[in-house]
Write a protein that binds this ligand. Structure first.
Ligand code: ADP
Length: 197
């Protein structure tokens, strides 16, 4: 990091921006196997919050990799950098007063901790989108498990690379047993209980 930089405090505070938006800005970090339902749920939640008048933004794994992180591959180093940039972007959006959702497999506990540590303790909500590998492989919405089984995707999470499930997530959503509507409702209820909305 350059040593000739100074952090400039903005005139309008994060708290003022949050109050104007009538919400508690935070990062809702969805983690789970490919096909567990992260994108589907994050989109359903964004729609539900938007309808209630909230200000949200969804950072989706595939989209970010086509833009901001298009220079990154899937080596361990690149995965860490991928998460760091997403975490920093989410932090900026939180500062702007938004409820930010992120939908990335983020299989490693250390990388999720890294993201958590970028914001205040009460600004990070880890949501484990949980469905068994069998269920996810059966769904295979992008055909990726099929490719991974055929050896075409090395290090695919759940097949060639581990998924470290959160030990103590803020919320666990069981998409293997409940439909999208019920899971989205569970999320909205949780956010209301926590005073986010
Ligand atoms: P991910 O983003 O985790 O890779 P996707 O959201 O792309 O997963 O795909 C999940 C698939 O599972 C979709 O086809 C979705 O319709 C289906 N699905 C079934 N039940 C649920 C549920 N309760 N929550 C989310 N998705 C579900």
């Amino acid at each position: 990091m350059s040593t000739n930089l100074t952090w400039h405090e903005s005139i309008v505070s994060k708290a003022e921006r949050a109050e104007r938006k009538q919400q508690k800005p935070c990062v809702i970090w969805f983690t789970g196997l490919s096909g567990s339902g992260k994108s589907t749920l994050a989109n359903a939640l964004e729609r539900a919050l938007f309808e209630r008048g909230h200000h949200c933004y969804l950072l989706d794994g595939d989209n970010v990799r086509q833009g901001l992180n298009s220079d990154l591959g899937f080596s361990d180093e690149a995965r860490v950098e991928n998460i760091r940039r997403i975490g920093e972007t989410a932090k900026l959006f939180v500062d702007a007063g938004l409820i930010v959702m992120t939908a990335f497999i983020s299989p490693f506990r250390t990388e999720r901790e890294l993201a958590r540590n970028l914001v205040e303790d009460d600004e990070f909500i880890e949501v484990h989108v949980s469905a068994s590998l069998d269920v996810c492989e059966e769904r295979d919405p992008k055909g990726l498990y099929k490719k991974a089984r055929a050896g075409e995707i090395p290090n695919f999470t759940g097949i060639g690379s581990a998924y470290e499930a959160p030990e103590n997530p803020d919320l666990l959503v069981d998409t293997g047993s409940h439909d999208v509507g019920a899971c989205a409702e569970q999320l909205v209820d949780y956010l209301a209980k926590k005073g986010v909305i």
